[in-house]
Design a protein around this ligand. Structure first.
Ligand SMILES: Cc1cc2nc3c(=O)[nH]c(=O)nc-3n(C[C@H](O)[C@H](O)[C@H](O)COP(=O)(O)O)c2cc1C
Length: 361
């Protein structure tokens, strides 16, 4: 049978009840990385709304891995305690709780968007020293220098991801996603735009992908064999005018990530350099990238970007272009989008018992 948007997806021993995934979205609402009522209501609402998989925002594996002081973190047992009620509630709604494990690298130490979103620098009371593959800062105003990680520092990053995955498991998450997209730390190693190293973590494709492969393997080491592991990548830097990361690299990388223990590649794009030139950001603008990874590497994918229409999302699954459809901003506007989409598509979906009187029929 051809799967559709409301067909369950089984990965390892986890069944995701439908193909709608809440795309991870920073809320910039945490203190010291600790989740609070905002995160519970935000993520809980999307579970009430019927998203099959509810993914928490980029959650930093160590304090300096945050983008802003308001980002979530998962570097202590207190972080676990704060996340637990969220996973419990999401699961109570029949959705699968997922978490994106992240390290911002040189794109860390920024003010939250409401305060301007600019770089803070290590001397600012809310800022810190960032680390990266090389010493070059992200080219923007007010961005302080970053520090190139040495070999021990690289090993520490991998260990931070391993420890974060253990904590994510303790907090009750059923899917972990390693964030290797959008110009953050792993992407800074992958892309020749930001990696000028001449050791075993720079230069060749094999070397530039080494850190991500090691980190994914470390997460898989502690992440149970029955639970799915995703990796979000930027399929292309959108910088064809210089040596950069492109779709061919992503197609080559995907099976290596599967070898390291990943089950699905969540295919996004961009974020490494402000010179990037996107061909557009219309409906499904990154779908061709996801499709390339799925078709050419034969690896399951999530597609994301500008997907707002139920028929479009459904067609992506029916036509074999994506296994999951991640929805971001549309789910900010419409937290109950999946319930409405199911109605529009004539699919059967369980409503929360409290809301049954609100069903369309
Ligand atoms: C407010 C906001 C925060 C975001 N935070 C994250 C994040 O934490 N991790 C991530 O991988 N992408 C993040 N993104 C990107 C989204 O997950 C998504 O890929 C992007 O918005 C495109 O999908 P859309 O057109 O459905 O919104 C964020 C996007 C928005 C709008």
């Amino acid at each position: 049978m051809t799967p559709s948007l409301f067909t369950p997806l089984s990965i390892r021993d986890t069944e995701i009840p439908n193909r709608v995934m809440l795309s991870p979205m920073c809320q910039y609402s945490a203190d010291d990385g600790l989740a609070n009522e905002w995160h519970r209501v935000h993520l809980g609402s999307r579970a009430v709304g019927g998203a099959g998989l509810v993914m928490a925002e980029a959650t930093a594996v160590e304090p300096r891995g945050r983008i802003t002081p308001g980002c979530l973190g998962i570097w202590s047992d207190e972080h676990v305690e704060r996340l637990e009620p969220i996973t419990e509630f999401v699961r109570s709604q029949g959705s699968v709780p997922a978490i994106q494990l992240a390290h911002a690298g040189r794109k860390g130490s920024h003010a939250v968007p409401a305060d301007g979103g600019h770089g803070l620098g290590p001397d600012h009371e809310d800022g810190w020293e960032t680390v990266s593959a090389s010493d070059d800062p992200y080219p923007e105003e007010r961005q302080a220098a970053t520090r190139r990680l040495d070999i021990d520092g690289i090993a520490d990053v991998t260990e931070s991801f391993r420890a974060a995955a253990e904590r994510a498991l303790a907090a009750g998450f059923e899917v972990a996603e390693v964030h290797a997209a959008h110009g953050y730390l792993f992407h800074q190693f992958l892309s020749p735009v930001t990696n000028d190293r001449d050791d075993e973590y720079g230069g060749s494709f094999e070397n530039r992908t080494r850190l991500l492969r090691e980190a994914v393997a470390a997460v898989r080491d502690v992440w149970p064999a029955d639970k799915p592991l995703f990796v979000r990548i930027s399929a292309t830097d959108w910088l064809p005018d210089r040596p950069s990361w492109d779709v061919d690299d992503s197609v080559r990388l995907a099976p290596l990530l599967v070898d390291a223990g990943a089950d699905l590649i969540d295919v996004s794009s961009g974020g490494i350099h402000p010179d990037q030139r996107l061909p557009g950001t219309g409906p499904g603008y990154q779908v061709p990238c996801a499709e390339a990874v799925r078709e050419r590497a034969d690896v399951p994918v999530a597609a994301v970007g500008g997907i707002t229409e139920p028929a479009h999302a459904d067609a992506l699954v029916r036509n074999g272009r994506a296994d999951l459809v991640a929805i971001g901003r549309e789910l900010l506007r419409h937290p109950y989008w999946p319930l409405e989409a199911a109605h529009e598509l004539g699919a059967d979906i369980e409503w929360p018992v409290q809301y049954r009187r609100g069903r369309f029929d």
